[in-house]
Design a protein around this ligand. Structure first.
Ligand SMILES: Cc1cc2nc3c(=O)[nH]c(=O)nc-3n(C[C@H](O)[C@H](O)[C@H](O)COP(=O)(O)OP(=O)(O)OC[C@H]3O[C@@H](n4cnc5c(N)ncnc54)[C@H](O)[C@@H]3O)c2cc1C
Length: 410
């Protein structure tokens, strides 16, 4: 791919910058800048999605006929980078970035008409019901039962680690409709209204004190067969199609570049400033350079994958490579940030940001106590939350297994 930005690309960059300058309110910008995980404050992220939707930019990567922008890979990259630099929150990934693509590929005309515009507008917030208490990496062993009853399926079982289930309107679930065939053949992909009777959501609190994940219990939940995506028993193919988007659908480099640049700028501040001792610390400088080199390599890979995608080529091994390199580098950058924040990273102050909702285990002191700059206050929260990057969306060990199979043929 030609990664040189043309005058047209530069004009696009100006357009995007001007849009962010005009439309990002201080509260939405704050929600984006102070994110402590890959999710922003739910309400503000939705508010931002509606602003994007009004501009026609809520789902740039979707096919144009469904509301996408028809941008080139370079334009997507510019948008991603400018979004993070401006402090804008991301759009919730489970809907626009994941289930929408399988609805486009496997949905009936009725399913497409109902779900796609609502997902685009932010009227439906989705969560993903794949993992179960005894099925994570070995997803095909999932046990949540769905028994046919006339025009309905009756669902009983549990899903776990379900991000944003407590605020989601709908869940896309893998359920077991048969135990007779091969494990994979008895699985069905089902869309379930979270308001259905028989659903109970219980919180799982993160180490950072935030409530983002949940366990869901389904007790004889009745779901119309019209909500099956694809055929009954064919859910495994649908699920695998979606996993490709989950692992390789987004670029890590633009966000990591902004975060690393922030640390480098801090470390290079004027002598006597807070970052002064870091400038003189050759060990820290070496770590920073090493991270920048890793980032350059990741960015080159992402450009290649974007280029392949623009020519209609998808490659499961690249998605796994990006996931491994992106999440491991992200964890490393949170460690550098923690080191740079030094003693200011010690106080536990989750109220410094409100990402992913309120913090149920912490009541902020009345005097509004805060130590250090905002980024220093949230550095430890980012560090804690980022540990999960190498677990969710398929652990990095599993990604390495995929790569050895696909690339090395083992
Ligand atoms: C923050 C967070 C958010 C999540 N959000 C969601 C969500 O929204 N929806 C959802 O459905 N799930 C979600 N998950 C679940 C996630 O997909 C699973 O945690 C993940 O697939 C791993 O499954 P497990 O936790 O059961 O671990 P296990 O599968 O039990 O794995 C335990 C360990 O064994 C290793 N291991 C297992 N099998 C192999 C193998 N074959 N080869 C080598 N090593 C192996 C793993 O790498 C891991 O280190 C989330 C998880 C986290 C932590």
């Amino acid at each position: 791919m030609d990664a040189t930005w043309s005058p047209k690309d530069l004009a696009f960059q100006e357009e995007v910058r001007a849009f962010f300058k005009a439309k990002l309110t201080p509260e939405i910008r704050r929600a984006g800048s102070l994110m402590t995980s890959v999710y922003a404050d739910h309400e503000l992220a939705l508010k931002w999605q509606r602003i994007l939707h009004a501009q026609g930019w809520a789902a740039p990567a979707w096919p144009v006929e469904h509301g996408g922008c028809g941008w080139t890979p370079v334009q997507h990259y510019i948008f991603a980078r400018e979004r993070i630099a401006a402090g804008a929150p991301p759009v919730s990934p489970m809907g626009v970035g994941m289930v929408a693509y399988v609805i486009m590929a496997f949905g009936t005309p009725e399913q497409k008409d109902y779900f796609l515009p609502r997902t685009l507008r932010g009227d439906i917030l989705w969560c993903q019901g794949y993992s179960e208490p005894n099925s994570g990496s070995d997803l095909a062993s999932l046990q949540m039962r769905a028994v046919e009853d006339g025009d309905d399926l009756i669902c009983t079982g549990s899903k776990i680690w379900t991000t944003h289930a407590h605020v989601a309107d709908w869940i896309f679930c893998l359920v077991r409709t048969s135990t007779e065939a091969r494990q994979q053949q008895g699985i069905t992909f089902l869309l379930i209204d979270m308001k259905s009777p028989g659903i109970v959501v219980k919180p799982i609190i993160m180490l950072s004190g935030e409530h983002i994940q949940n366990q869901i219990f389904f007790d004889e939940v009745r779901v119309p067969k019209a909500n099956v995506l694809g055929e009954i028993g064919q859910g495994w193919s649908v699920a695998k199609y979606l996993l490709d988007y989950e692992r390789g659908g987004s670029a890590y480099a633009p966000g990591l570049r902004v975060r690393l640049d922030d640390i480098a700028a801090f470390a290079g501040r004027e002598p006597g400033g807070m970052g002064a001792s870091l400038v003189e610390d050759s060990t820290f400088a070496a770590k920073l350079s090493e991270a920048q080199i890793r980032l350059d390599a990741l960015e080159a890979l992402e450009f290649r994958v974007m280029s392949d995608a623009s020519h209609g080529r998808r490659n499961g091994a690249s998605a796994s490579m990006m996931k491994v390199l992106g999440t491991e580098l992200s964890q490393h950058i949170t460690e550098l940030a923690l080191e740079a924040a030094a003693a200011y990273a010690l106080p536990f102050q989750p109220h410094a940001a409100a990402p992913g909702g309120p913090t149920p285990v912490f009541t902020p002191p009345k005097d509004g106590f805060i130590a250090g700059e905002p980024w220093q206050a949230i550095a430890p929260l980012r560090y804690l939350n980022d540990r999960v990057g190498t677990i969710y969306a398929g652990t990095n060990e599993i990604q390495r297994n995929i790569m050895t199979k696909m690339v090395l043929g083992l």
